[in-house]
Design a protein around this ligand. Structure first.
Ligand code: PAF
Length: 304
């Protein structure tokens, strides 16, 4: 198998069979519309997997799931400046488009939608999609404006690609709740599918930001999912929610996590804070290992 990477697409030639595949790389909206029109002429459903690139197995699990829901998969790569705060890692965010394109090609993705910033936010751009309620607290509290940026760009991506279904990782659980909310509120005609978090063997949730961790930090980071599982087991066995969260906080701080942005139990659907485990819940944590902010979340079952 070898790959020829051109600015317009990646062509893969299977050296055994001679088979030739291609993923189209598109950077402007009018070419995207034509390409989507051609896919639609073939019939079948279109799935969109929005990403910011630096693809890993977690993204690939979204793409593989997308193939189960649709006949054609479009993946977008756009590092969206509107969802980064002024002190966040926008310029340092990992960018590796060629490698990403080869990975997408290997999964049979039809289109890689990779617009530049000016294509998404041309001069004069003045519209914001803003969701209240589920966007409040958690990452919305720690990263003001973040979910406005996400909701605005995802709305644009939906309008550009017009998919039948779009897939998002449950790793960004609050993001998924925000997206489900505006899709319902704005009567958008597509299905949203949440895909369970892909994890490394030691349990750490896969994330493009894991690339920032030193090997020592990476090893210590695995304490986060372990401590979360322990807290969940305690709460499900009847321990008080606040004590279990305090123990979780202490355990990850001992493991070398710095400021803990939040470690909270929330209602699994509405994301309202919970102090008692009396309905299906979600444990959500964000904490810094060195300078890297890691997030994770897991389901919590209630006995009642
Ligand atoms: O989850 C992400 O990678 C981003 O927030 C998304 C949904 C692609 C919007 O920029």
């Amino acid at each position: 198998m070898w790959a020829i990477v051109l600015s317009t697409g990646v062509h893969i030639v299977d050296s055994n069979t001679g088979a030739f595949f291609t993923v189209q790389i598109i950077r402007d909206i009018s070419s995207l519309r034509q390409a989507i029109f051609s896919l639609r002429c073939d019939g079948g459903r279109i799935a969109l997997v929005p990403t910011m690139g630096a693809l890993h197995d977690g993204h690939m699990s979204l793409v593989r799931e997308a193939k189960r829901h649709a006949d054609h998969v479009v993946t977008s790569i756009f590092v969206n400046p509107k969802q980064f705060g002024p002190k966040e890692d926008l310029s340092a965010y990992p960018r590796q488009e060629e490698q990403d394109a080869v990975m997408l090609e290997g999964e049979g993705v039809a289109i890689l939608w990779a617009p530049g910033v000016d294509e998404i936010y041309p001069d004069g751009f003045s519209t914001t999609v803003s969701v209240t309620g589920v966007s409040e607290g958690l990452c919305g509290g720690a990263r003001p404006g973040h979910f406005d940026g996400v909701a605005t760009v995802v709305t644009k991506l939906f309008n550009q690609v017009q998919p039948d279904v779009a897939l998002f990782g449950e790793k960004d659980y609050q993001q998924l709740a925000v997206i489900r909310r505006f899709v319902t509120d704005l009567d958008m005609p597509l299905e949203i599918v949440g895909v369970p978090t892909a994890r490394a063997e030691d349990g750490l949730a896969l994330s493009s930001r894991n690339a920032y961790l030193s090997s020592d930090e990476r090893a210590r980071a695995a304490e986060l999912p372990r401590a979360m599982r322990e807290a969940i087991a305690a709460m499900e066995a009847g321990s008080a929610v606040d004590q279990s969260l305090d123990a979780l906080h202490a355990r990850i701080t001992n493991a070398g996590f710095g400021p803990v942005d939040y470690a909270e139990l929330r209602d699994a659907a509405s994301l309202r804070p919970m102090t008692m485990l009396d309905r299906p819940a979600r444990l959500l944590v964000a904490a810094r290992m060195g300078t890297t902010r890691l997030i994770d979340n897991m389901p919590v079952k209630s006995g009642s």
